[in-house]
Ligand binder design. Structure first.
Ligand code: ZN
Ligand code: ZN
Length: 419
C-alpha cells in the first residue's frame, strides 16, 4: 500500500462501548439512552455496521481486541500479556524473551497481606534498582525488572531456551500463600519451562531479600504503611515478532490511548505512542485534550488510533448512569473532531474494542456498533449511533481484520489487488 494522497485515517475507540438492553433504562442500552448528537451526526452521514473484533461471539480483552482491530491476528501473535506490559513500561523486548506483569506486594513469610503494597506511589524506582542489583542475572538468564505506575511493574527474562508455559506467582487474593513458579501441566517435562520456572522462583526470593530491609520500606513501616517487600509475577507471555504498523500498511501511525496494555501494543508495532496531559484513564479524563491530541497527531501522521477508557469502567462497575456519562465524553470528543478537522480529507471509524455490558460487568462477545464517516464513505440510511441502529447499517457484520482494509480503501491509499 502507498500513501498516494493526503487523506488521513482515525480509529476512535470507546473502551467497552457496546452494551445490552438495561431494564433501568427502559430497555435501552446506555448508548441508546444517552444523547449523542455528534455520534448521531456520524451515523446519519456515514456507513454503519456491527464489528466483531475476532469473530461473532468471541470474548476478548482490550489487548487482543486492539491487535485484531489493527489487523494482527491474535491467535497467531498473542502469546500472553506480559510482553505488552513490558513494552508499556519501556522495556525493549526481543523475540524469545519471557515477560511478566508484576505487583509490588506486602508479604509476611509466604502469606500475601496486601497485593498492591498499599498502592505504593513513590520510591518504586529505588526498589526496582535494588532488585536488579541483587537479581539481575540468575543461572545465566538476564532478569530485568522495571517499575510502572503505583504498585505495578514488569519483569523480563532473557536467555537461551526459555519457555513461557509456567504458572503465576501472584495468588490473586490476599491472605493466601504465594506459590513457587511451576511449569504448566502441558509443559511439565519441557526443559525450557522447568528452567524458566526455576529462575522465576529464585528471582522472587532474591527480590524479597533485596526489598525487605530497603530504606524505602523501613520508612514506610515507620509511617504505618505496608512495605513493598516482594514483587509477584503474573500474566506471563513471550515476545513475538510483529511487523511494524508502518511496514504493514505503508502509512505512519500514532496512538493516543489510556490503557497501558494497548500502549504496549503501540510500542510493539513501532507506532508513536503520544502522551496527552489530562488523559487519566479514569472517569475524570479530559476528553477534549484527547481529541486535541488526535487533531495534532494527524498533522504529522497518516493514521491515529485513540481510546477513551471510561465507558469500560461503568460497564465493569455495573453502573449504567456512570457508563452514560462516559459515553457523553466520547461524544464530546467526536464533536471536537467534527469542528476541527476537514472530513473531506479525513475518514474516521468510531467503535468499541468490545462490549462491557453493565448487566454482565465484564466483556462479552457481542458485536459492537461501528460507524465510518468522512472521505470516500458512501452513507447508508442509519440515522443514529447505537446497537439497534447499527444492526441495520450498510456494512452489516464485519471483523477487526476488515477495518484497516475499509479505512485504506476510503482514504484512497490502498494498492489495487490485481491488474
Ligand atoms: Zn477494552
Ligand atoms: Zn474491561
Amino acid at each position: 500500500m502507498s500513501a498516494a494522497n493526503n487523506n488521513k485515517m482515525i480509529i476512535f475507540i470507546g473502551d467497552g462501548l457496546g452494551d445490552r438492553p438495561v431494564a433501568s433504562l427502559g430497555g435501552k442500552t446506555p448508548l441508546e439512552a444517552q444523547e449523542t448528537p455528534n455520534l448521531d451526526h456520524l451515523a446519519a452521514n456515514g456507513l454503519s455496521g456491527m464489528m466483531n473484533p475476532i469473530s461473532p461471539g468471541r470474548r476478548v480483552g482490550s489487548d487482543t481486541a486492539h491487535m485484531a482491530i489493527l489487523g494482527y491476528d491474535p491467535f497467531k501473535y498473542y502469546k500472553g500479556r506480559g510482553p505488552f506490559e513490558a513494552k508499556g513500561v519501556g522495556l525493549d523486548l526481543k523475540p524469545g524473551d519471557v515477560a511478566f506483569r508484576c505487583n509490588f506486594s506486602t508479604v509476611e513469610g509466604r502469606k500475601v497481606i496486601d497485593r498492591r503494597a498499599g498502592r505504593i506511589k513513590s520510591g518504586t524506582d529505588q526498589l526496582a534498582a535494588a532488585v536488579n542489583a541483587k537479581a539481575g542475572l540468575i543461572d545465566g538468564v538476564q532478569c530485568i525488572f522495571k517499575e510502572s505506575v503505583e504498585h505495578r511493574a514488569a519483569l523480563l527474562l532473557r536467555g537461551e531456551g526459555l519457555d513461557y508455559r509456567v504458572t503465576e506467582v501472584d495468588p490473586h487474593h490476599e491472605n493466601a500463600d504465594y506459590p513457587d513458579c511451576q511449569p504448566l501441566p502441558e509443559a511439565a517435562n519441557d526443559p525450557g519451562a522447568i528452567k524458566t520456572a526455576a529462575v522465576v522462583t529464585k528471582w522472587v526470593q532474591l527480590a524479597y531479600e533485596a526489598l525487605r530491609d530497603h530504606p524505602v520500606n523501613v520508612e514506610r513501616v515507620a509511617e504505618g504503611l505496608p512495605p513493598a517487600n516482594i514483587a509477584l509475577p503474573r500474566g506471563v507471555g513471550t515476545a513475538v515478532d510483529l511487523e511494524p504498523f508502518s511496514h504493514k500498511y505503508g502509512v505512519s501511525g500514532a496512538m493516543i490511548v489510556e490503557v497501558d496494555l494497548v500502549r504496549g501494543l503501540g510500542d510493539y508495532l513501532a507506532m508513536d505512542v503520544i502522551d496527552v496531559p489530562g488523559a487519566t484513564g479514569g472517569q475524570d479524563t479530559d476528553e477534549i485534550a484527547i481529541a486535541r491530541g488526535v487533531v495534532e497527531a494527524l498533522q504529522t501522521h497518516d493514521f491515529v488510533l485513540a481510546n477513551i477508557k471510561a465507558p469500560d469502567l461503568g460497564g465493569h462497575d455495573g453502573d449504567a448512569v456512570k457508563k452514560m456519562a462516559a459515553i457523553a465524553k466520547v461524544d464530546n470528543a467526536i464533536g471536537h473532531l467534527l469542528e476541527n478537522l476537514d472530513f473531506n480529507n479525513v475518514v474516521i471509524m468510531v467503535t468499541g474494542d468490545h462490549c462491557t455490558p453493565v448487566g454482565f460487568m465484564d466483556h462479552t462477545g457481542d458485536a459492537i456498533p461501528a460507524v465510518f464517516y468522512g472521505c470516500g464513505v458512501r452513507p447508508d440510511e442509519v440515522e443514529t449511533y447505537g446497537e439497534r441502529a447499527a444492526m441495520r447499517g450498510g456494512l452489516g457484520q464485519f471483523t477487526g481484520e476488515d477495518i484497516m482494509c475499509l479505512l485504506t480503501n476510503f482514504s484512497g491509499v490502498q494498492d489495487k489487488f490485481g491488474a
